[in-house]
Design a protein around this ligand. Structure first.
Ligand code: ADP
Ligand code: ADP
Ligand code: ZN
Ligand code: ZN
Length: 749
């Protein structure tokens, strides 16, 4: 490879990178490896990715450029020979309630076109759009869910009308409204509502017409037309602006309301006209509710020429291992890994070549079987003439690399160098942490712990679960496994968690806090630190707070200026006024053991443990080291941490407790093979301290070292949802009917 043919980086110094220079080959798959915190993201995303986007934006005329995010030039002498970047990361897909798998992949618009053709020429595509007034259900405006009367609450069906069957206070026995229904002559006032015929029930809720009804109380006397209970309630309360009602009345009304599947469209989001058209015997909503693998099969029975591109698009979704989803699945309910793979689908179908794709640990959430499919897709992207850069730990992804860049040797200040660059064989022989780990032996744990008791899940049926009953042993480490879509998150993250509220769920979601949050604020270290500074300088502790008058006025103590953008991720730019140090000069003049508050915030946890002589502060810094985050500085914004790092910070906050039940969702995310040892030591310690630990995990190095395994499957979606195996890792290795078992056997050496 001639040097000028590759992406050339010279003198990169972003974050912990130590003047890194290297060339990345084009039109190849390059995998970036290295321990967590070594600098992979700093190199791939914050140097190559940012500069590629900056150059791309700079190519636009200024009036367009003004509306694009501003990227700061990364700290590097040169980043050259880039091509157009496509960054496929794990940021949640998000989207509002109108965004679905179908709309996001554009497959829904193809399906709409297919339906529109059934009506012959002129019949319109917008008719089938739930985001267009022409197609949307008028009741829920295309959301499929609506705020409606909670009938179970509104009526006590065991009672009759004269016995107070209507619970809404304004319609109580004897009230003028109540008389409309009782005096109508349509119902037997003494008959319990549960004995009403369907017709009577409908008449009570929605009936109209008939003779005038006399209403007479002590204060009022009038004649009125009949109106059903729910229609009247809706007209007088909901059809008006709720905010126009008095606070007290609004509160009462809201108590009887609930958000549920829209009655008018049954959740289909579309109006009756749109739902009347059928292709292959199903309307468009029924098409979109089908599991994608089933929809693909159903398409075979359609001879419309438009079926072919839809089939091709569905094949891409299936190829990437997401065939268990349906087109109507709202994107906000997807996991980060699922979202990333869906973003991939759009590109897999693209004919564009010469792009640079950048992936962030695409194997997240994937069973070894699914990883195999993923690697085929990465190869396909390369073979179409693209450059593929992947940050990855998974040995099976590393195995498809044409070129490997190993960053290290350690994390934070101990990393930031290229310790190896070359092909896979070279890496294995290189003696780096990654090279050694790839060849390390793997054995199942034989001396498993005995459970102290169990927490049961009985008859779980949520999503795809098929009447699952299973025991989760306590006092041990349990791994819950299974292919993507098997039902792991549903069983553990939803059912188990809901039935055993004492369970502590340590997930990877962002920590809801201000943009000034850091490891030190999260672990409660800031208060004692401020007091130490105040005592040393004889000033007020408040001066050392990010949101006090001691903070830099330009960035309000954030150290950076954050610009929120309507349609893209926020862009962060270093604060020029304080140089990212967050405080005013006069505050920085105060010293503790020779260090300013900014210096202290720049200490990595491992240095902080030595800097502080105070026991409580040392312990917090030690907790960060124990969870493998010793390289994080005390002042690093939490918003800059990966999901896996956030999860480990949450763990650090809880170390030292016992008797708890912890559930961790894929704790190996972002972890190098050698970091997995640190994690296992941590999990073992938590169990030995008297806790129960349940991990939803694919990583076979965790599975083989658990005390107990619950394997779900056998497949994803409706092909999953069953417990296919429970037992020790040794028993799993000998099991015949589990896909996980098959991959575990291959993994053991
Ligand atoms: P990796 O991707 O290998 O896990 P990173 O590139 O994320 O490593 O991190 C390398 C080093 O840079 C770590 O010490 C990390 O704490 C630090 N770092 C990462 N992002 C930021 C940031 N936004 N601000 C300051 N330091 C950062
Ligand atoms: P896993 O965690 O094993 O990957 P999940 O529990 O996420 O599997 O999914 C199991 C099944 O339940 C899949 O068919 C998935 O599409 C479905 N599912 C999961 N979450 C939801 C949701 N919020 N709404 C509808 N279906 C869901
Ligand atoms: Zn509706
Ligand atoms: Zn500032």
């Amino acid at each position: 490879m001639a040097e000028q043919d590759g992406i050339r980086i010279a003198g990169a110094r972003v974050h912990n990178l130590k003047d890194v220079s290297l060339t990345i080959p084009k039109n190849k798959i390059t995998v970036f490896t290295g321990v967590s915190g070594s600098g992979k993201s700093s190199l791939v995303f914050d140097t190559v990715g940012v500069e590629a986007q900056r150059q791309l934006n700079a190519a636009f005329p200024w009036f367009i450029r003004n509306q694009l995010p501003k990227y700061e030039r990364p700290q590097a002498d040169a980043v050259e020979n880039l091509t157009t970047p496509v960054i496929v990361d794990q940021k949640p897909v998000g989207g509002d309630a109108r965004s679905t798998v179908g709309t996001m992949t554009d497959i829904y618009s193809m399906v709409r076109a297919l339906f529109a053709r059934q009506e012959g020429p002129g019949g319109r595509v917008s008719t089938y759009s739930f985001n267009d007034p022409a197609g949307m259900c008028p009741e829920c405006e295309g959301l499929g869910r609506a705020v409606q009367v909670d009938l179970e609450l509104f009526f006590d069906r065991t009672r009759s009308l004269e016995d107070g069957a209507i619970r809404y206070p304004e319609y109580k026995v004897g009230s003028p409204d109540w008389q409309i229904w009782v005096n109508s002559g349509r119902f037997d006032p003494a008959k319990p509502l549960q004995d009403f015929t369907d017709e009577e029930w409908h008449d009570l809720l929605h009936g109209t017409g008939g003779p005038k009804i006399q209403v007479k109380t002590k204060n009022v006397s009038f004649q009125t037309n009949y109106e059903g209970v729910i229609d009247r309630f809706t007209r007088l309360n909901l059809k008006r602006d709720l905010s126009a009602l008095s606070a007290k009345r609004r509160e009462t009304v809201e108590r009887f309301m609930t958000t549920g599947v829209c009655h008018a469209c049954g959740g289909a989001r579309l109006n009756a006209t749109a739902l009347a058209t059928r292709v292959g015997g199903r309307n468009i909503a029924e098409w979109c509710a089908m599991q994608i693998t089933d929809l693909r099969e159903a398409l075979n029975g359609t001879d419309d020429p438009l079926a072919a591109p839809i089939a091709a698009a569905l094949d891409r979704v299936i190829a990437i291992g997401l065939g268990y989803l349906s087109l109507d699945r709202p994107t906000p309910t997807l996991s980060g890994g699922e979202g990333q793979r869906l973003k991939m689908v759009r590109h897999l179908g693209s004919e564009l070549t010469g792009l640079t794709y950048i992936f962030d640990e695409p194997s997240v959430g994937l069973h070894p079987r699914d990883v195999e499919r993923l690697t085929e897709q990465l190869r396909a992207l390369r073979d179409r003439g693209n450059t593929v850069l992947v940050v990855e730990h998974d040995p099976d992804v590393i195995a498809v690399a044409d070129h490997v860049v190993d960053v290290g040797p350690g994390a934070g200040a101990h990393g930031g160098e290229i310790v190896f660059s070359g092909d896979l064989d070279g890496l294995r022989g290189s003696g780096t942490a990654t090279g050694r780990a790839l060849g390390a032996p793997a054995e199942v744990k034989e001396d498993v712990r005995r459970p102290r008791g169990e927490l049961r899940i009985e008859h779980a049926g949520l999503h795809n679960l098929k009447d699952v009953s299973v025991a989760v042993p306590t006092g041990v480490l349990t791994a819950v496994t299974g292919v993507a879509g098997a039902g792991k998150s549903t069983l553990i993250g939803e059912v188990f968690r809901a039935r055993h509220p004492e369970v502590v769920f340590v997930d990877q979601s962002p920590i809801a806090a201000s943009s000034r949050s850091t490891p030190a604020t999260y672990l409660g270290m800031m208060d004692p630190i401020r007091k130490l500074f105040a005592k040393a300088g004889g000033v007020d502790a408040g001066l050392f707070s990010f949101n006090s008058k001691g903070a830099c006025e330009e960035c309000q103590g954030r150290g950076a200026i954050i610009t929120e953008l309507a349609f893209a991720d926020p862009v962060t730019v270093h604060c020029q006024a304080c140089g990212g140090r967050r405080f005013k000069e006069e505050v920085l003049a105060h010293r503790l053991r020779g260090a300013s508050i900014a210096d202290v915030l720049e200490l990595p946890a491992e240095a902080a443990a030595g800097f502080f002589t105070e026991k409580a502060l040392r312990a917090k810094a030690q907790a960060l080291i124990d969870v493998g985050l010793g390289y994080l500085t005390l002042g690093q914004p939490l918003s800059s941490l990966s999901g896996g790092e956030l999860q480990r910070i949450k763990l650090a906050d809880r170390l030292g407790r016992s008797g708890e039940v912890y559930v961790l969702d894929e704790p190996t995310t972002g972890l190098h093979l050698s970091d997995v040892d640190t994690l296992m030591a941590l999990l073992d310690r938590m169990v030995d301290e008297g806790n129960t630990v349940v991990v939803v995990e694919h990583h076979l190095d965790v599975v083989r070292r658990a005390d107990w395994v619950i394997d779900l499957g056998p497949g994803g979606g409706h092909d999953g949802g069953r417990v296919v195996f429970t037992g020790t890792p040794r028993e799993l290795a000998g099991s015949e009917d589990s896909i996980t078992a098959e991959y575990l056997r291959r993994h053991l050496r």
